[in-house]
Design a protein around this ligand. Sequence first.
Ligand SMILES: Nc1nc2c(ncn2[C@@H]2O[C@H](COP(=O)(O)OP(=O)(O)O)[C@@H](O)[C@H]2O)c(=O)[nH]1
Ligand SMILES: [Mg+2]
Length: 258
Amino acid sequence: MLLNYFIGTAGSGKSTLTGLFKDYVLKRNPEISAITLNLDPGVKRMPYTPDIDVRDFIVLEEVMAEYGLGPNGAMILASDLMVNFLDDLKYEIDEYNPDWVFVDTAGQLELFAFRETGPLIASSLGFGSIQKAVSFLFDSNLVLRPNGFISTLLLAASVQFRFRNISQINVLSKVDLLGEDQIDMIVNWSQDFRALEDSTNERESGLIRELSMLISDVFVQLGTTSELIPCSNKEEYGLDLLFGYLQRIFDSDESKFY
Ligand SMILES: Nc1nc2c(ncn2[C@@H]2O[C@H](COP(=O)(O)OP(=O)(O)O)[C@@H](O)[C@H]2O)c(=O)[nH]1
Ligand SMILES: [Mg+2]
């Protein structure tokens, strides 16, 4: 079984991609089975119908009423409470016993990635021979300028830290909003931090430039470049490339042990 977590900033396209990707994979490979799992307890309207839904166990309005919290506080608590239902989620996944599970995570990535819940869920749901991956979405709206790109890169790196040894794929989402030159430029930044430094020098100034240069230098020294995969839900673009990357992770043994 292969579990992929879609993680990214609010509105980066996680939910849309989760639903679309399942349909895409099933269409392309009728012999494999795939399901979707929604781990966003606060989502109101979904662009797809999840096969397994944490909202069957936690209802945001009930958390608000029971604990006397507003929507933000209740979202934090609801995310934390998800761990109480790990056995139920595991049971439901086992009932389906699918080849692939596409996991949609909370709109606000910090609720899933930076609290204890996400990493705990990832390690408990994926045990034994179950393999895992994280697909991190870089929202095209946020990464057109070097400083936006670098901020998102830092977030992606933080998520990688939080999920430790899980292989991470970085996706550039909503590329239908960009021109071809812009896509090439951003993908190039992800592969060649010197190019990112050059763009930073050209387009940023003052403190932001100095900070950006220092940060990109850290990435150069770490040598951790992961090529961005351009995707668009709207145009159903790049899904085959993403599928190829995921399959490569899953064909290797490295994601099994965590
Ligand atoms: N232009 C464009 N908009 C998209 C794309 N994918 C999602 N959206 C829109 O972005 C908004 C947020 O999408 P959603 O999947 O809910 O994001 P999430 O918060 O990360 O789950 C919605 O209005 C979507 O219609 C895409 O590929 N291109
Ligand atoms: Mg969502």
